[in-house]
Design a binder for this molecule. Sequence first.
Ligand SMILES: [Zn+2]
Length: 86
Amino acid sequence: MLLIPCPWCGERHESEFTYGGDASPVAPVGEQEHKTSKWYAYVYERDNPAGLLHELWHHSFGCGRWIRLARDTRTNAFINDEESTP
Ligand SMILES: [Zn+2]
């Protein structure tokens, strides 16, 4: 069981959330052609680190907000992240 700390609702069960994926990729700027390797990497390629990973979570069955959290993938512990919302 994973308890996810929503900044607005407090710790909630993972079943209330939808995983939004890795929050670190940034869309290429100025790329006119969407079939470039930069777009391919942005859409499909993800690291699978053993350690800190910044993730997006949607509190689907709670406040309905998107949140950004840092999680240690080795322990599933959520880390206090200065970049997290709010
Ligand atoms: Zn919430």
